[in-house]
Ligand binder design. Structure first.
Ligand SMILES: [Fe+2]
Ligand SMILES: [Fe+2]
Length: 407
């Protein structure tokens, strides 16, 4: 990597040069053994050190599902090659058709579950494969479209949204094809138990009574019972259905499981479920923007698996509000929110120049994909010695000039 500078006193660093290309292992060792607390690297002139891969807990036993792209019944067709990437605009048209199809198929599946009929999974598997293909072509199109829901269709379109998010998340974790598909099934069926909860409780805008709350909170157990011994449904879906409201600190329900007692799939389900709930239109609240949702969710202590939350944020290709990012013009910036006019735009406040190691007067700009200044990635505030990042954020916001035009 290219060393741009050392953090700490000049006397503490072990080289006569301040800027150079670091190649030798022996030089890495010298830096490690010195009093230097951090180095500043220039990613345009050298490589970026790889982040260690998150350590993931074990998955439940693999699902037994027909191969991807196999017809619901009949002969096996070999899986096709991975779909080609497309633009957001192109994929949005196809995504709109998938949403339309989901409305009918998943709506019908949930209605028959309400009547006590068994879930016919083979009927929705082709839809799950279509969702996966869409996510692989362009993961922003369908994930942003499924946030829009009508009041009457909320429960089953929320399930389609969680299915989409789970597939996107599982792809980011490089899970195998069968597991990715099972994660999609899990997302689709996670709230099946709500079909056993009276509609008037689900639609209630006012505060729920204690009794109603108990009924709502029974949906994981009811859903698990509805799936029962159905041989079509993978164990991952059973697990997510029963455990998607558990929290890492043990304060969730129905069992108050803690930490590693909660499987990877259920932890992923918890994140996707809450993200879709808070970013959707509901009768009793305005939705949070994706940026704000990710910013707030990543600050909730004890709710989600923190490492997985970071992977989820990366899988969405979004930047959480309140986070620190580095721009490709040597500036650090605070993320303010998504852009109101264009959901793919991000509003940021650049406040620090990394080449001059100097504070800047913060002035808000909007960053849009493929044009002008770009975001290189998120940064850890501790790396830059921003010890009290929460206080610093407030300071940057207080000093910021009023928002003007895009940069
Ligand atoms: Fe739920
Ligand atoms: Fe849910």
């Amino acid at each position: 990597m290219f060393i741009q500078g050392f953090v700490g006193s000049w006397f503490d660093h072990p080289f006569w040069r301040k800027k150079f290309l670091l190649i030798e292992d022996a030089d890495v060792l010298k830096i490690r053994e010195s009093k230097v607390s951090a180095v500043i690297i220039d990613v345009e002139r050298g490589a970026v050190p790889a982040e260690p891969a998150p350590v993931m807990p074990q998955l439940p036993p693999a699902a037994v599902l027909p191969p991807r792209h196999a017809p619901a019944t009949g002969r096996y067709t070999p899986p096709s090659l991975a779909p080609r990437k497309t633009s957001f605009r192109q994929e949005s048209k196809r995504a709109a058709k998938i949403v339309e199809k989901s409305r009918k198929k998943v709506g019908a599946m949930f209605e028959s579950a309400r009547l006590g009929q068994a879930v016919k999974l083979p009927e929705v598997l082709p839809l799950i494969d279509e969702i996966r293909d869409s996510v692989e072509r362009n993961n922003k199109a369908l994930t942003s479209l499924v946030r829009l829901k009508n009041k009457d269709e909320y429960t089953y379109m929320h399930s389609v949204a969680v299915c989409t998010l789970m597939i996107n998340f599982a792809c980011k974790l490089d899970l195998d094809d069968d597991t990715i598909r099972s994660m999609g099934v899990a997302g689709l069926l996670h709230d099946l138990g709500k079909m056993a909860v009276p509609q008037m409780i689900l639609d209630k805008v006012d505060r729920l009574t204690d009794e109603e709350m108990v009924t709502i909170r029974s949906h994981p157990v009811r859903g698990h019972a509805l799936i029962g011994e159905n041989p079509d449904i993978p164990d991952i879906a059973r697990d997510v259905c029963l455990h998607h409201h558990e929290k890492i600190d043990g304060s969730g329900y129905p069992f108050g499981l803690q930490g590693n007692e909660i499987s990877l799939a259920a932890r992923m389900g918890a994140i996707c479920d809450v993200y879709d709930a808070v970013t959707s239109n509901r009768p009793y609240k305005d939705p949070w923007t994706p940026c704000v949702a990710l910013g707030r969710m990543s600050q909730w202590q004890g709710h989600f698996d923190e490492r997985l939350m970071q992977v989820f944020i990366n899988s969405m290709g979004l930047y959480p509000a309140g986070g620190l990012v580095r721009l490709n013009d040597h500036r650090l910036a605070l993320v303010v929110d998504n852009c109101r006019e264009d959901p793919s735009g991000v509003r940021v406040l650049p406040f620090y120049c990394t080449s001059r190691l100097q504070e800047l007067a913060p002035a808000e700009i909007t960053i849009t994909p493929d044009r002008g200044v770009q975001i290189l990635g998120t940064e850890r505030p501790e790396f830059w010695h921003f010890e009290d990042w929460a206080a610093m954020r407030q300071g940057v916001l207080a000093k910021a000039a009023p928002y003007s035009a895009a940069a």
